[in-house]
Design a protein around this ligand. Structure first.
Ligand SMILES: [Zn+2]
Length: 261
């Protein structure tokens, strides 16, 4: 059920039976030339649609701007930063809390959003509610390890193919990542914004644009090439993830609430 399709009396009736609601949270950010900027929103929206077909869970409108400071500089990427996302998500969750929602589920499409979502989860917990963080790409990679992947790699490419194969620009699937050691060859690139020095990973927050002109980074998931993606993989993966969330939500919604702290 979509919250945006209901009237207020239907919401009051829903709250008589359940205090659970799911909010998709995405991002608008570069994923390389082969993928659309909306990748991290399109996928959670599609999982929510599959969920709606197999569950009575209430689905709130998505928040499709996120915290993606590392990727600004690639035209079209818009970041509201961690503080911006905390502020927006907390306002939405607090309002839902005021109506009686106590079991909130965030269906997240972007790793950079996690810090903000966790902060809002802690805030709600102190008010006697629970927030579950559902990072779809990590969940899918645990449901089937062959599906695991990183930013712009095979996993996300397969997922977007399942949403709409026309959104993948096939002519760019074979481009190399084009990663350079922007901090010098003594401090070689590691993964995302980290470097590797003497076998130890050190993170230095900076623009991905300084590291690669292409903008898809699967360095930490070697072998997760976008060329291995298929629409069949994406379809099976997103359906399995929706099935999992439907089952999880049924149990999560029954948990006894924590005290106000
Ligand atoms: Zn992504």
């Amino acid at each position: 059920m979509y919250l945006s399709h209901m009237n207020y009396r239907e919401v009051e009736n829903y709250l008589q039976k359940s205090d659970t609601i799911l909010i998709p949270v995405g991002s608008l950010e570069n994923h390389g030339l082969h993928m659309p900027l909306g990748t991290d929103s399109l996928i959670p929206d599609h999982i929510a649609k599959l969920l709606n077909e197999r569950s009575d869970l209430l689905i709130a409108p998505a928040i499709n701007y996120g915290a993606t400071d590392d990727l600004t500089g690639f035209a079209g990427t818009v970041s509201i930063g961690t503080e911006g996302l905390i502020s927006l998500l907390r306002a939405v969750c607090d309002q839902l809390y005021n109506y009686g929602f106590r079991h909130l589920m965030i269906l997240n499409g972007h790793g950079g959003n996690t810090a903000a979502i966790q902060a809002v989860g802690s805030h709600l917990y102190r008010k006697g509610a629970y927030l579950a963080i559902l990072n779809w790409w990590l969940m899918a990679g645990q449901i089937n390890p062959e599906w695991a992947g990183g930013h712009g790699g095979g996993e996300e490419t397969a997922a977007v193919m399942a949403v709409d194969p026309g959104l993948i620009k096939k002519e760019y699937l074979n481009l190399p990542e084009g990663i350079r050691n922007d901090l010098g060859d003594d401090l070689p690139y590691g993964a995302w914004t980290s470097l590797q020095y003497k076998g130890v990973s050190v993170t230095v927050p900076r623009a991905i644009k300084d590291i690669t002109d292409n903008g898809w980074l699967v360095h930490s998931f070697k072998g997760d090439l976008p060329t291995r993606a298929t629409a069949e993989w994406g379809k099976e993966m997103l359906e399995a993830t929706a099935d999992y969330i439907a089952d999880f939500g049924a149990h999560f919604s029954q948990t006894k609430l924590p005290p106000v702290r």
